[in-house]
Design a protein around this ligand. Structure first.
Ligand SMILES: C[S@@+](CC[C@H](N)C(=O)[O-])C[C@H]1O[C@@H](n2cnc3c(N)ncnc32)[C@H](O)[C@@H]1O
Length: 381
């Protein structure tokens, strides 16, 4: 049960930092400090680890009011670990969208339809990527390429086409790492109806990134890669930095690793920092932005080049109560299954206010256009 408390602490910590006048002082509260650092609370004895004690201590503390309002606002009231509240916690109102894969797919496809996400990626692929791909491969006759979290393959095939234009004589061994059967099916369908792909040999790995890493190590596959891409997928892994390190370790000398994620500066950055952090599923890192990856690369002195991709998303329907499109888009933005049905009114209002705030969106011809800017990092081997 304590994992529930610990799972909350990342979000709570960020909120407490925002709520408190003196964020550092929060750490001096021993219970919060324990929670913050994911330790069993040292201030409580084992038999008393029932949460009601924690609650009592917190109630007495000067942080309680702030904590309560944060927790209250986020509907995460079940930090008290009584049997009754345990039952309530188990039926907690928020379920991560990725846990309902068919709804996730629906809202992701709608997001692609309502946003310029693929368009800005395609502009990047046509205008910028060719120069990047020009320097890879060391003149070898066969290039090893890998797409991780490739989805339905539209972006992958665009990139492979540019690679072919740049290196027309070269054959390509293309590893696809994608856990979704549905996505792989769509990708294979796209391959079968796309002409002139004879230069590519596809290997399909129905696996997550970490399953693939294990498979690679178990099979002792020592092959080196010329080009690997992780496009909009690091949100779904437990440890984005370790994932980046593993895939970078597969690069050949002149190989490149391309990573794309939402920008920490645009609407997503604001949304993730303010609301989503509070109910992030800590098993995976849905709150990761390109800023986090840059910080990691900088601390390790790993060279990379950054590109900003301007993108937007029409979220107007999110503001029409009961609109099916709006609800699916809201689910995508909050990463919560049926957010508008499950969130309490004040939280819903907070999210909607934030979404239309100038930090996140602007009004164009009566439509509300969310800043969906992405960034791409091209990491050296
Ligand atoms: C947002 S989509 C991006 C798809 C594609 N790269 C694009 O840009 O259109 C994320 C993809 O990552 C896949 N995915 C989810 N969890 C994953 C994991 N742990 N490892 C690898 N891929 C994952 C999903 O199935 C989905 O196809």
């Amino acid at each position: 049960m304590y994992t529930h408390i610990f799972n909350l602490n990342k979000g709570l910590w960020r909120l407490l930092q925002q709520e408190s006048d003196d964020p550092k002082a929060v750490v001096t509260n021993p219970v919060l400090e324990d929670l913050l650092f994911c330790r069993p609370p040292t201030t409580m004895k084992k038999p008393q680890l029932d949460g009601s004690v924690a609650l009592k201590e917190w109630r007495g503390s000067r942080w309680w009011a702030g904590l309560k309002s944060c927790v209250d606002a986020l509907c995460l009231f079940n930090i008290a670990v009584t049997e009754e509240s345990k039952a309530r916690t188990m039926t907690a109102p928020f379920r991560s969208l990725i846990e309902d894969y068919s709804r996730y797919l629906k809202s992701f496809e709608l997001f692609l339809d309502r946003s310029s996400q693929h368009q800005c990626m395609q502009d990047f692929i046509h205008n910028t990527l060719p120069d990047i791909l020009g320097s890879i491969g060391g003149g070898r006759p066969v290039f090893n390429v890998m797409g991780v979290g490739s989805g339905a393959g539209e972006i992958d095939l665009e990139m492979l086409a540019q690679l072919h234009m740049k290196h027309p004589q070269v054959k390509v061994d293309n590893e696809v790492v994608e856990p979704s059967t549905d996505m792989l099916h769509k990708y294979k369908g796209l391959v079968s109806k796309t002409p002139n792909l004879d230069y590519i040999n596809f290997t399909w790995n129905k696996m997550t990134a970490s399953e693939f890493e294990k498979h690679w190590q178990d099979e002792n596959l020592g092959e080196k890669m010329d080009f690997i891409h992780l496009i909009q997928m690091l949100y779904y892994v437990k440890d984005p930095e370790a994932t980046v390190s593993f895939f970078r370790s597969l690069l050949d000398e002149d190989g490149k690793l391309l990573i794309s994620l939402v920008s920490g500066e645009g609407g997503w950055g604001k949304l993730l920092r303010t609301y989503r952090a509070a109910h992030c599923n800590t098993e995976i890192n849905q709150c990761v932005t390109i800023g986090d990856i840059k910080t990691f690369l900088d601390t390790k002195d790993i060279p990379y080049t950054k590109y900003v991709l301007q993108s937007h998303m029409d979220i107007t329907e999110c503001f029409t109560e009961g609109d099916e499109v709006g609800e699916l888009l809201l689910d995508f933005l909050t990463d919560v299954v049926e957010f508008s049905k499950n969130a309490p009114e004040h939280l819903k209002k907070g999210v909607l206010d934030l979404l239309r705030h100038p930090d996140c969106s602007k009004q164009v011809d009566g439509r509300i256009i969310f800043n969906n800017n992405l960034e791409v990092l091209v990491v050296e081997s």
